[in-house]
Write a protein that binds this ligand. Structure first.
Ligand SMILES: [Zn+2]
Length: 144
């Protein structure tokens, strides 16, 4: 099956413009149940992680340390959770999948999303494949 190429990607120039091509680099992530959850301008695999719970860190607001990531979250907010951390407590405002209500991430202030400097994605909560087996799942198993 040939891949369908969007006509919007066709340009008169073959030179990629870094600022204009950001839309083409958007990544889409799904809940394990298949529900669309997140679209973001960078792969989650390349983002830093928290030392405390290994959650993926998404910068949600511009600061001196860097610019905010461009992302959109499709999730419903849940009750805040109070966790014990070394040296104190941490309040997490959780966000859940709208279909199966699995917790997919959190931030440190009440909704809406991006009201905190960072948004955190729980490790293992999201996948880039929607009901598909990854292409490399059978690597080395088909020597036909
Ligand atoms: Zn779900």
């Amino acid at each position: 099956m040939p891949k369908v190429v969007s006509r919007s990607a066709v340009s008169s120039s073959t030179d990629a413009q870094p600022t204009a091509s950001s839309a083409a680099a958007l990544r889409v992530y799904y809940c394990i149940c298949g529900e669309f959850i997140l679209v973001i301008d960078k792969s989650l695999a390349t983002l830093p992680r928290r030392k405390t719970d290994n959650a993926i860190i998404i910068r949600a607001q511009d600061s001196d340390a860097g610019k905010a990531r461009v992302f959109k979250l499709n999730a419903v907010s849940g009750d805040p959770v109070l966790l014990e951390r070394q040296g104190g407590h941490e309040r997490q405002y959780r966000f859940h999948c709208p279909r199966c209500s699995l917790a997919i991430g959190y931030q440190s202030s009440p909704p809406p999303v991006k009201s905190s400097p960072y948004f955190y994605i729980l490790t293992g909560a999201l996948t880039q494949m929607q009901g598909q087996v990854p292409q490399d799942a059978f690597d080395g198993a088909n020597d036909s």
